[in-house]
Design a protein around this ligand. Structure first.
Ligand code: CP
Length: 316
């Protein structure tokens, strides 16, 4: 596998990838020979707790070394775009920096969030595409402007482990947040759930429609209570408006996930990718309940990543 940027990269073997992750959980160190003398470079242009640590742990389990750089703080400021005259504060061009990093590493990972200023630029994924184009090594997305595939694979593994019927009802519900957040997690969750063929409903207030290319095939509703009926999994996430790009259209608690709303479900499990704003996105009574999967879901980030890195190492 030469790149892992979205479900399209693994659609042909999605089921096997989920099974690989579950098998690696039972036998984490079985493939250490693959990573011997190999190095993964993890480049973060934005903060991270889970992605950073789970990817390092996955690499270590495979016998690899991991080098981590907070590019937003520790690297030279990078220019992007062809033909740019670099007489501002950027000291080097991303294509030079990425080509150099490709000399030091066997695999590169990149986290580069949406800026939420210009939709076309964010959805063009310039930074991620520059890493693929100029590094000369396989690239794994650690969350890009429009997708978070390592999170979505871990989410799918978690649903596979906890589902009680072959095709569970999974509800992705918008929830409030004080800050404008990108659409990467919900975009990604939708495309992975649709590829996995769960019964997906997306509930959000009017104005929060996602890019249809990610949600085509899902049921979409503005009625959160209706969506929750008979749900087996509730996946809460905030996102800013896609059409009124980057805007917050609703701030009150009317869409907060509460115990009363969870009572409408089929004793559903609660999921969130974390970090989460307690008692804004979801009430403590839900996130601390026995039905909450937030910790096993976060733990599965290691096995999901390890399954991806194993395939990349096998293709080196
Ligand atoms: N869920 C997730 O990606 O967490 P971090 O932002 O902490 O990596």
């Amino acid at each position: 596998m030469k790149q892992f940027t979205g479900v399209a990269d693994v659609r042909n073997f999605l089921h096997e990838l989920v099974k690989d992750a579950i098998a690696l959980k039972k036998n984490p160190f079985a493939h250490q020979h693959l990573g011997k003398n190999k190095v993964i470079g993890l480049v973060f242009m934005n903060p991270s707790l889970r992605t950073r640590l789970s990817t390092q742990r996955a690499a270590l389990n495979l016998g690899m070394q991991a080098m981590v750089m907070n590019a937003d703080k520790d690297a030279w400021k990078m220019a992007t775009g062809e033909g740019v005259v670099m007489n501002g504060d950027a000291a080097e061009h991303i294509k030079d920096a990425v080509a150099v990093m490709g000399q030091y590493c066997d695999i590169l990972g990149l986290r580069s969030f949406a800026t939420l200023v210009n939709k076309e630029e964010d959805y063009a994924e310039q930074n991620l595409n520059d890493f693929i184009r100029y590094s000369g090594v396989p690239v794994v997305s650690l969350e890009s402007a429009t997708r978070h595939p390592l999170q979505s694979l871990a989410d799918l593994v978690t649903i596979e482990e906890y589902k009680k019927k072959p095709r569970p009802k999974v509800v992705l519900t918008w929830a409030p947040h004080p800050r404008a957040l990108p659409q990467a997690v919900p975009n990604s969750f939708a495309e992975w759930m649709l590829a996995a063929d769960v019964d997906l409903t997306i509930a959000h207030p009017e104005g929060y429609e996602l890019d249809e290319s990610f949600t085509q095939g899902a049921k979409i509703t503005y009625d959160q209570a209706e969506a929750f009926k008979n749900a087996d999994f509730i996946y809460a996430k905030n996102w800013s408006s896609y059409h009124e790009y980057g805007q917050i259209l609703l701030r009150d608690r009317s869409w907060t996930v509460s115990a009363e709303k969870m009572a409408l479900t089929n004793n559903a499990h609660f999921m969130h990718c974390l970090p989460v704003r307690r008692n804004v996105v979801v009430d403590d009574a839900v996130i601390d309940s026995p039905q909450s999967l937030i910790i096993p879901q976060a733990a599965n980030r290691v096995w999901a990543c390890q399954a991806v890195l194993k395939r990349m190492l096998e293709s080196l």
